[in-house]
Design a binder for this molecule. Structure first.
Ligand SMILES: C[S@@+](CC[C@H](N)C(=O)[O-])C[C@H]1O[C@@H](n2cnc3c(N)ncnc32)[C@H](O)[C@@H]1O
Length: 293
């Protein structure tokens, strides 16, 4: 058994119509992939912005539709005189999910701290293993911004009571709990992230994590540790809120920041905290500091 894969480059204005036309031709799946190196970072919940130029990839049953029929359908959708570069490939049947699962390996994310996907074992005797599978919410541990937060947390001291603002999969909250946090409040504006965090806490038998929307954050709570891995514009806007949640002497880490944005972040947090650059990976940095007493 095999499948027929069609890939074609289109502008975002044509992408939806072409996707629908291919679905009408019996496409079993339609994916949109970046054609250039422009990133679409952190869209708001419910938004699915597209890259200006993208590659549309669709999969068909070759017993039901032929390459020539697909060429005609693409030409009819894009309109007369528009040339599209169509590429066809034969895809052999495989257990894709099984192959993906088998490719997942434990990831060391700090001194003695490991992220272990289902079906894997912690390779370090006495190491702390967090059970976590890649899912819809951001945070598998591989992205540099997450990895830097995990290392910062693992470096100590114990997180005490922690606020994980923009929790995604809950990976930082799980790590904090494993590192001895007494209580973790995990906040996200995306309901999918809150569901993932709660499910991941349950899968790790951790009961000190509470996931909630930003507006449900209990008013009087102050935290020993605050971590936020969000983009820099949001971090600047959140400066009074995050600093207002820190206990005197408490420590803050900000990730999701590009090196070129460090100065703007430092200025926004200067009334409360002197931030310094604690880590750098590629263009990403982690800024951290202590709340003044
Ligand atoms: C880059 S992910 C970080 C996930 C995880 N903490 C990690 O380090 O891998 C950022 C998360 O912050 C959430 N987020 C972005 N802006 C937010 C805001 N203003 N308030 C609350 N959550 C926000 C997003 O929904 C997303 O789940």
């Amino acid at each position: 058994m095999h499948w027929l894969q069609l890939e074609v480059q289109v502008g975002s204005a044509d992408a939806e119509a072409l996707g629908e036309a291919l679905q009408a031709m019996g496409a079993l799946s339609v994916d949109y992939l970046a054609a250039g190196d422009r990133s679409v970072l952190e869209p708001a919940p419910g938004e699915t912005p597209l890259w200006p130029e993208l590659r549309l990839r669709a999969l068909f049953d070759p017993a039901r539709v032929a390459e020539d029929e697909l060429r005609l359908a693409v030409a009819a959708t894009l309109g007369a005189g528009r040339q599209a570069d169509l590429q066809f490939r034969r895809i052999e049947e495989r257990d894709w999910l099984g192959a993906f699962r088998a490719s997942l390996q434990p990831l060391r994310v700090g001194e003695g701290l490991w992220i272990c996907p289902s079906g894997t074992r912690c390779p370090e005797a006495g190491g702390i293993a967090l059970r976590l599978d890649p899912g819809l919410a951001f945070g598998s541990g591989e992205h540099p911004t997450t990895a830097m937060c995990l290392e910062w947390l693992a470096e100590g001291p114990t997180p005490g009571r922690m606020l994980d603002y923009g929790c995604g999969s809950g990976i930082l909250a799980l790590a904090a709990a494993a590192l001895g946090a007494v209580e973790v409040v995990a906040v996200d504006r995306d309901p999918q992230a809150l569901a993932a965090t709660t499910a991941n806490a349950g899968a790790n038998d951790i009961d000190c994590i509470r996931a909630c929307r930003p507006e449900a954050l209990p008013g009087a709570l102050r935290f020993d540790t605050v971590v936020a891995n969000i983009l820099s514009d949001a971090l600047i806007e959140l400066a009074p809120l995050l600093c207002g949640r820190l206990a005197p002497g408490g420590r803050l880490a900000l990730s999701g920041v590009l090196a070129s944005q460090a100065e703007a972040l430092r200025a926004a947090y200067a009334p409360w905290i002197e931030l310094s650059e604690r880590r750098q990976r590629n263009d990403w940095i982690l800024l951290a500091g202590f709340m003044r007493d």
